[in-house]
Design a protein around this ligand. Structure first.
Ligand SMILES: Nc1ncnc2c1ncn2[C@@H]1O[C@H](COP(=O)(O)OP(=O)(O)O)[C@@H](O)[C@H]1O
Ligand SMILES: [Mg+2]
Length: 353
């Protein structure tokens, strides 16, 4: 059995709303597992059920073989980090971290040692005697992480811990969180609505939508091999190919099966631009006109008006040239393995290419 096993988790609020609907996940020892999904999809509800702040309507949660639903929250040995830091303004950094140990009746020498270790792990040792009020958001969240770690939890839960920080700090701190988690070799469940963060930090990702699991997989599987239209759209950018004679001709040229597919899509980085229409045997060319050029530094997005709709093409390393002009005629190449098809229920249709 998995280290953490959640089976058939359902949470009902009122008679006809389910915040969680038959969610089953398993997390292994030492694994960094992320719940990813839009606001309101049930991520916090699931995390709170694991921590014990609220109970499921039905389903089971076991941690290392023990039935968590029968254990009160303070005895579950689970560390939790919150979005809003939840530090106590009237306590020093040291006392904030020590707070978690107080009810555990740890001898004071051991307490000092454990708090010192936790502060060192989050690089706050020099600030142990400071009050948190004067500290930056990043430092306050480090206090939150140290306080969750100091109890030597069996599981670390983090609910959007970086969303109140600015972009650059977010990237720095996510790397640190990942390093600390590896170092103490703890199973972690991390909640975010930020797909890039999820891809960067996770061993595995569970994409949730309206209280249900859409797909569980490695970052590579979630981005590169999405099993539902929801996952494909939520993680990364996705072009939808407009139906019509032009699409039919393209599919025929690429010898792609059309049966069962309702929606055809392609990722921007799977499209190539050519000034002169050069297509090979396993690719089709499509002509169009540039409708927008967005320069983003290490990449650029070119929007092209075609018979399949406005398609975004991603260019890697656009360099210092001015890029494409609006109205410029271009030719766009779609390789046979680029299109992804989804059925009427939004499930991926295998292409066999
Ligand atoms: N105590 C509650 N009573 C009623 N509805 C709730 C309660 N808590 C959460 N919800 C609803 O459950 C859904 C999932 O919420 P939540 O788990 O907080 O989503 P997320 O963390 O993914 O943004 C939302 O529609 C939210 O409004
Ligand atoms: Mg939430």
């Amino acid at each position: 059995m998995a280290y953490l096993a959640i089976a058939g988790a359902t949470k009902q609020f009122g008679p006809d709303f389910r915040a969680l609907d038959d969610v089953s996940i398993s997390v292994e020892r030492g694994e960094f597992f992320t719940l990813l999904g839009p606001s309101g999809c049930g991520k916090t509800t699931l995390l709170r059920s694991i921590a014990g702040f609220s109970d499921l309507t039905s389903g089971s949660i076991t941690l290392d073989g023990s039935d968590l639903r029968r254990i009160p929250p303070h005895k579950r040995d689970i560390g939790m980090v919150f979005q809003d830091y939840a530090v106590f303004p009237h306590l020093t950094v040291f006392d904030n971290v020590a707070f978690g140990l107080k009810p555990r009746k740890v001898p004071s020498a051991e307490m000092k040692q454990r708090v010192d270790e936790a502060l060192a792990a989050v690089r706050l040792s020099p600030l142990a005697d400071r009050m948190p009020a004067a500290m930056s958001g990043g430092q306050q969240q480090r206090i939150g992480i140290a306080r969750a770690m100091v109890i030597n939890p069996r599981l670390l839960l983090m609910d959007e811990p970086l969303s109140n920080l600015d972009a650059k700090l977010r990237i720095e701190l996510r790397e640190e969180i990942r390093d600390i988690q590896r170092q103490i070799d703890i199973a972690a469940i991390y909640v975010t609505h930020d797909q890039e963060e999820a891809l960067a930090i996770s061993d595995r990702i569970c994409v949730m939508n309206a209280g249900r699991v859409e797909q569980i997989g490695t970052p590579q599987e979630i981005y590169g091999d999405p099993q539902t239209l929801f996952v494909a759209r939520f993680v990364g950018t996705l072009n939808t190919l407009s139906p019509g004679p032009a699409l039919d001709a393209l599919l025929k040229k690429l010898k792609l099966p059309q049966s069962g597919v309702q929606t055809w899509t392609v990722r921007p980085e799977q499209l190539e631009l050519f000034e002169t229409g050069a297509a090979s045997a396993d690719a089709a060319a499509l002509s169009g006109q540039v409708s927008k050029y967005t320069y983003l530094g290490r990449e650029a997005h070119v929007q092209v008006a075609t018979d399949l709709g406005h398609l975004i093409v991603q260019l890697a390393n656009p360099g210092t040239s001015a890029g494409y002009r609006r109205g410029e005629n271009v030719s766009l190449v779609i390789r046979r393995d680029a299109p992804m098809g989804f059925d009427a229920a939004g499930r991926r249709v295998p292409m066999g290419v």
